[in-house]
Design a protein around this ligand. Structure first.
Ligand code: FAD
Length: 351
């Protein structure tokens, strides 16, 4: 284990902000992870597990304890198929998620093609059950290998044990901070069809007569994401962000009824969330835009992406305090006008 001190965290997160880590370890093996966890425990230091840094707001004061960056690599395609005829991949938590998706598509394994272009590491995907364009990782995760900080053991959690729901799992709720994810196993459908259910994707392919394959779907998703500033493109000022800053709120029936009344009173129409016509999940982007925060809105170093109303961006030189001030302003105005409290999606580190 190579222990470093006072390492700046801004270059290690996609928002490009925040202060330093008091201690820092990049763990390339399970032994490194075990040693780093033991070091933090022996010194009574708070431990933060870092993946690709694409879903974080790091405090300007940084992290007072140990930041453990998980860099366990390897993409292994298990020979043959499992009992249900699935194609199995075991992937190190430190691998780039999009590199894995690319390999899965080349191997003609269906199930993750719509998740192309999501930044970050493989180990970060189970944490908030990443999803996009009608797919979520919980649909293909077979198991997650973890280091359990409670007893120092390495164990395998099956999909059901992970408690996946929308943008949530045991890793960011009930067991937050307990498990360090080492590897994730995904079961894909060999030769399966691409999942084209989402409106943007259907529109992209509307002139096609034949069904797009996995590689074409991957390219289409990356193309649509780039247009929305949801693909990390070097030099694009709209992608210094943590992606969508707010989750789409899931309302109770009475909250939904209240929102419908407020929307009708303003002679507007609430958009129906694609694929979720019967659910009470509403579009956070719509609520933000209809509260006066247009794309490109902002002051000083922070603003809203010019391509997507849901992304708060660092326009250069922003502090975490400025990001949180804009977040508070948006939350306050949306709640005042629509009666809905938006919940941030990124993880707040060191506040
Ligand atoms: C431009 C952009 C677009 C995005 N689009 C999407 C999208 O379409 N859908 C979506 O769901 N998300 C999206 N995101 C958010 C983000 O990419 C995902 O949440 C991603 O999975 C985070 O992974 P990460 O490795 O970067 O995690 P980090 O940001 O490093 O960490 C996030 C959380 O996961 C924990 N964590 C990370 N690795 C591990 C590990 N090995 N073990 C235990 N805990 C760990 C951290 O402690 C932290 O709590 C987007 C972000 C950006 C910047």
């Amino acid at each position: 284990m190579h222990l470093q001190e006072n390492i700046p965290l801004a270059p290690l997160n996609t928002f490009r902000l925040g202060g330093p880590a008091r201690f820092f370890v990049e763990a390339t093996s399970v032994t490194d992870v075990q040693e780093a966890a033991a070091f933090a425990q022996s010194k009574n230091l708070p431990l933060f597990v870092l993946g690709g840094g694409s879903n974080l707001v790091v405090a300007d004061s940084g992290w007072p304890g140990l930041v453990l960056k998980v860099a366990v690599l390897g993409i292994e395609q298990r020979p043959g198929h499992d009992n249900e005829g699935k194609l199995l991949f075991e992937v190190g938590a430190g691998e780039s998620w999009d590199r894995f998706v690319s390999q899965a598509v080349i191997a003609k394994g269906a199930g993750v093609e719509c998740l192309s272009g999501i930044p970050g590491s493989v180990g970060g995907t189970p944490v908030q059950n990443v999803g996009a364009y009608g797919q979520e990782v919980s649909q293909t995760i077979e198991s997650v290998e973890v280091f359990d900080r409670n007893d120092g053991q390495v164990r395998e959690l099956c999909r059901d044990a992970c408690g996946f729901t929308y943008r949530s799992s045991i890793f960011n709720t009930t067991e937050r901070g307990r498990f360090i994810i080492l590897r994730v196993a995904y079961a894909l459908t060999p030769g399966g069809e691409a999942h084209i259910d989402y409106a943007d994707l259907k529109r992209h392919f509307e002139d096609r007569e034949t069904r797009p394959n996995l590689a074409e779907t991957r390219e289409a998703v990356r193309h649509i994401r780039a247009r929305k500033g949801m693909l990390i493109v070097p030099g694009d000022p709209d992608c210094q962000s943590a992606g969508s800053f707010f989750k789409n709120p899931v309302l109770t029936e009475s909250q939904h009824e209240d929102l419908r009344k407020r929307v009708a009173a303003k002679r507007l129409t609430l958009p129906i969330y694609p694929g979720l016509e019967k659910s009470s999940k509403v579009s956070a982007a719509w609520l933000v835009e209809k509260s006066g925060f247009d794309r490109g809105y902002g002051f000083g170093h922070v603003g809203i992406s010019s391509k997507h109303a849901l992304a708060i961006v660092n326009r250069g030189g922003a502090t975490a305090a400025e990001v949180l001030a804009l977040k508070d302003q948006i939350q306050h105005r949306v709640e005042e006008i629509w009666g809905v409290r938006l919940e941030p999606e990124p993880v707040m580190v060191g506040f």
